[in-house]
Design a protein around this ligand. Sequence first.
Ligand code: S3P
Length: 424
Amino acid sequence: MIIRPARNILGSVRLPGDKSISHRYAMLAAIAQGTTRLANFSTGADCASTLGCVQQLGGGVRKNNDGVVEIDGRERLQAPRESLDCGNSGSTMRMLAGILAGQDFACDLHGDESLTRRPMKRIIEPLRLMGAEVTAAAGDRPPLHIHGGKLRAIEYKMPVASAQVKSAVLFAGLFAEGETTVEEPHRTRDHTEQALRAFGVELSRSRNRVTLRGGQKLSAIEAAVPGDISSAAFFLCAAALFPGSNLVIDNLLLNPTRASLLDVLKILGARLSVINLEEHHGELVGTVKIEHGPLKGITIEGAQSVALIDELPVLAAIAPYTRDGIEIRDAKELRVKESDRIALVARNLRAMGAECEEHEDGLRVPGNQKLHGAEIDSGGDHRIAMAFAVAALRAEGESVIHGAESAKISFPEFFTMLESVAER
Ligand code: S3P
């Protein structure tokens, strides 16, 4: 994909449904009583992987004429005939493992080359403590073999702040006898808690601890999935780069555990406003308007790095265009995402002529730098491809994004939508 420099970003966009919420609604729909109807379901390949697995497990999955995804739930899932294909999706494998731990059958889960490199010990440990038999090739990596069954409730202190791990344990907790509690070192996205409540499950939260009682029944829901804020991040950051930009995004997910990017852009100097706030199934949704303001700099660390984990690549990619630069710390998890995102961001910034410092847990990107167009290596990682398409908009000369098709993992419409708002 060739990206030419732009003059500014103008217009309005509406985004396909949030990936995190789509995964959770689809998985819970599979074990709920009745038929769940989901409008604006994520169009990404990751959520299609989840739907494929749900289907293999006996959940009826259809798309009706209005594009609404319908899922028939069942009280007990059915043993799949073949290994479950999770594609590129860590969320599918890790969260589904929690549900499978509570089923009365054995099954296997596998993924593509990138997923096969990702750590699974983080879910294997708690699920084993709950009584499931879970094994992985080479101890920690997919494919996974899960033999589910009767589970016992646990109180689990997570060593890494991961919403996927929290979700796996809570999902398994639905099938356990007694009260399961998960404690997180930093607050992670709370879509699982909101989704469980929407499907009729009672749970309680106090500080960083969530508790639910096993054996509760779920009931189907009708919902429209709010626009994906991690996809919106590319447009918001692109708009922030150009004086004269003016972009409106409506129907956008604004859950406070996901919307830290808006705070960061404000601190950097962009002008942002939020209107039409509503709440749907516990999720905040609204319209965001962004205009340029001179961008200063920021250090992102601690809990903020956890909250912004998927948006860090694009923030790092626009950092050279700020006045004081951006420093990212406490983000070691970036190294075990779909790619080593710290290494790839550093390599591609350097390819564009930028200076940057790479750390084990982050990056420091000085501000006030001029970038030139370059050959970008996305490493087959959707967020790297999209982050550097944004950086390329303000570079001198054209850039070529290699592996641009990886955008389809979360956001197949990305390049067409970017063209529709980029003025040249
Ligand atoms: C996600 C949680 C995060 C995030 C991923 C989606 C989720 O991963 O990076 O893209 O939907 O729960 P971790 O749980 O590994 O932090």
